[in-house]
Write a protein that binds this ligand. Sequence first.
Ligand code: FA5
Length: 340
Amino acid sequence: MKEKIEDLRSIAIKELKEINNLTDLDNFRVKYLGKKGELTKILRGMGSLSQEERPLVGKIVNELRGELEDNIKNIKSNLENKKKNEKLKNEKIDITLPGEKINLGHRHPLMQTIEELENVFLNMGFSVVEGPEVETVENNFDALNSPENHPSRDMTDTFYITDDILLRTHTSPVQIRTMKENKPPLKIISAGRTFRFDDVDDTHSPMFHQLEGLVIDKNITMANLKHTIDMFIKELFGEGMKTRFRPHYFPFTEPSAEVDVSCLNCMGKGCKSCNDTGWDMELLGCGMVHPEVLRNCGINPDEYSGFAFGLGVDRIAMVKYNIDNIRLLFENDMRFLNQF
Ligand code: FA5
């Protein structure tokens, strides 16, 4: 029996020397050490041995098992290292290859304009508030003193969701929300998207952006309004920029005005782009908050007064960056956007 085990050892050691991959190594382990392996077979057949032979054979078989297990462990670790090294060799990174260029992009010119406007007003002591784009008819029209028959309430001018809910046609409902929720004095601005059933042309879009301003306190007059608008236009476009207040009608302000600024191209002298008027397109509407609107929001008009304004942000961006067509702001053409 001893010789038989010795022969088995020689054969196993010879086989081990020829193994050069992990699959063959595992097959070897099963062949010799597995449940039905060669060494198990010998141990099972020990019943036929004499009492004296049994412990001796058991010892030799266990020694051989230990020797084979050690060998298997070593060969396995060598093969795994070899495999790892080959993988590392093949996956070598060529650091001299040029990297992939990552395009970082930047804020949209309209967002840049909103941020700039907000900064100007923050420096003038205004706080920034937000309002929803989906509004109630009450906040968008009724509380703003808009008569039932006002043309802007018409189905053709406004995107209605239900009879009482709509996409806000201006940022003025934020005035109502602010006045209903807070007590004067108030000094806020609010920028965001607005929606109207307007035909698209060079200066009109059905979705555009407005920035609303509202100041309510004791003894606020039209002089405060004019001064604020003048200051902000000069801050944004430079000292040479003039403003023109044209009388206008808004149901929620009295008196009301629309404001134009000098043509940036000729600085008011008159040129082709302003049709020789010296004035650029209309940029904003404004006025003294109507007493009825103050009353609707629980503010006593005998004690408080205020002014409000609504700027067309897209048009401000157009004047600022000399853009002659509003469509360019919404087409997302990278050749256009990369200029800002
Ligand atoms: C209003 O929307 C008033 N809520 C403004 C206001 C606020 C007046 C507070 C008084 C007190 P108006 O409809 O004129 O007003 O619009 C204001 C500005 O939004 C316009 O001057 C213009 O710059 C811009 N605007 C209006 N319609 C469009 C449009 N379809 N596309 C791009 N800009 C527009």
